[in-house]
Design a protein around this ligand. Structure first.
Ligand SMILES: NC(=O)c1ccc[n+]([C@@H]2O[C@H](COP(=O)([O-])OP(=O)(O)OC[C@H]3O[C@@H](n4cnc5c(N)ncnc54)[C@H](O)[C@@H]3O)[C@@H](O)[C@H]2O)c1
Length: 338
């Protein structure tokens, strides 16, 4: 099989390409990535020069670049996005551009050459689960996005589905919960917590830390996408989540503190983000229809992730500096406008 992966130098795309080559070593992959702040060009360096891997630096909005790439492959697996909720509060238009117009550009190319298209989306499109509720999102949950990020992903999901209904494009969509694991940018909650602790610094918790979400290990996510590409039903959506339902942020942070041998004096409570959601995902459909289930417990996944960041401090030093500058800018903005 020949695959076009978009955003393959980001967190999940990198893990996905590694996973795909480990299971399908004779398949070919083209990796199209713009190399934004979220990418790390060194992530897949060992594949450079192999005859079944090709990296193309470019923008998914560039039709002249995208069209010939799409024409050469069997499947497009679309990860490329602006993916950080806090940055979407800072610059919503960028999210419209990449997540909505970028997806539209890829869909047009897929339609032109009638290619299979898998769209990687998020459970954040469904909005928020009330506190004290055991509700879970599933494939029938109405869309109710809260942030510019989730609104842009929701719009992209609608475009993907519309290209199936209107033009018969062979698509599938997956909506998954928060991922964690190796190669995640240190701006995101789990790596930011781990890397702060590795530097002996305090960790930031929004509000009182009572917002909750499911955590999906990135390797479980990659296996789920592989399962959908190989066995999923065309036109369908699949929700993907982790083994443990609805962990409160404060419990997650305390778990990491204990695994890293630190006490709760390292916690610093900071003002909450606007429209902070709660998420939990019901993954019965992909389990019952395609036989997928997560393998990582949160405890095993966190231990492995902490170990990875401990051993890869060079990998994140530059991006950590950039992330902390961003957070300082956001805090200054909130102070001026409170
Ligand atoms: N990380 C999560 O917890 C999570 C959860 C649910 C869904 N998702 C979705 O999974 C996908 C991948 O997420 P991630 O965490 O790996 O994101 P990421 O931010 O780590 O990586 C995004 C990648 O896309 C690339 N990119 C951005 N704009 C581009 C453009 N215009 N053209 C080409 N490449 C571009 C970046 O350079 C980067 O390599 C996204 O679509 C995201 O919405 C992520």
């Amino acid at each position: 099989m020949k695959l076009l992966i978009t955003g393959g130098l980001g967190f999940i795309g990198t893990n996905f390409i590694r996973h795909w080559f480990s299971v399908h070593p004779s398949d070919s992959i083209i990796n199209l990535d713009k190399i934004t702040y979220a990418a790390n060009p060194k992530n897949l360096i060992e594949f450079e020069g192999k005859n079944n891997y090709r990296f193309v630096k470019g923008d998914i909005l560039d039709t002249d670049l995208v069209d010939p790439l799409v024409s050469q492959v069997d499947v497009i697996v679309h990860f490329a996005a602006e993916s950080h909720v806090d940055r979407s509060i800072d610059d919503p238009l960028l999210f419209v551009r990449t997540n909505v117009l970028g997806t539209y550009t890829l869909l047009n190319a897929a339609h032109k050459y009638q290619k299979r298209f898998h769209h990687v989306s998020t459970d954040e499109v469904f909005g928020s689960i009330p506190f004290d509720s055991d509700e879970q999102f599933n494939e029938l949950t109405p869309y109710d996005p809260s942030s510019p990020y989730s609104a842009s992903k929701a719009a992209s999901d609608h475009f993907v589905r519309s290209f199936h209904k209107t033009f018969g494009l062979p698509i599938t969509i997956s909506n998954c919960s928060n991922n964690y694991g190796p190669y995640q940018h240190p701006e995101k909650m789990i790596p930011r917590t781990i890397t702060n602790l590795l530097a002996g610094e305090k960790i930031k918790v929004y509000g009182q830390g009572d917002n909750f979400r499911d955590w999906l290990h990135v390797k479980d996510h990659c296996r789920a996408i592989e399962t959908i590409i190989l066995h999923g039903k065309i036109g369908e959506t699949y929700c993907i989540g982790g083994l443990k339902k609805g962990t409160a942020n404060i419990d997650l942070v305390k778990n990491i503190l204990s695994l890293m041998g630190k006490d709760e004096s390292f916690i610093e409570y900071v003002p909450d983000r606007p429209a902070h959601d709660n998420y939990a995902v019901n993954w019965n459909k992909i389990h019952q229809e395609l036989g997928w289930e997560p393998q990582y417990t949160l405890d095993t996944g966190l231990r492995q992730t902490i170990d990875w960041y401990q051993k890869h401090q060079d990998w994140y030093q530059d991006s950590k500096k950039e992330a902390e500058i961003f957070y300082q800018k956001l805090a200054d903005y909130k102070n001026i406008h409170k």
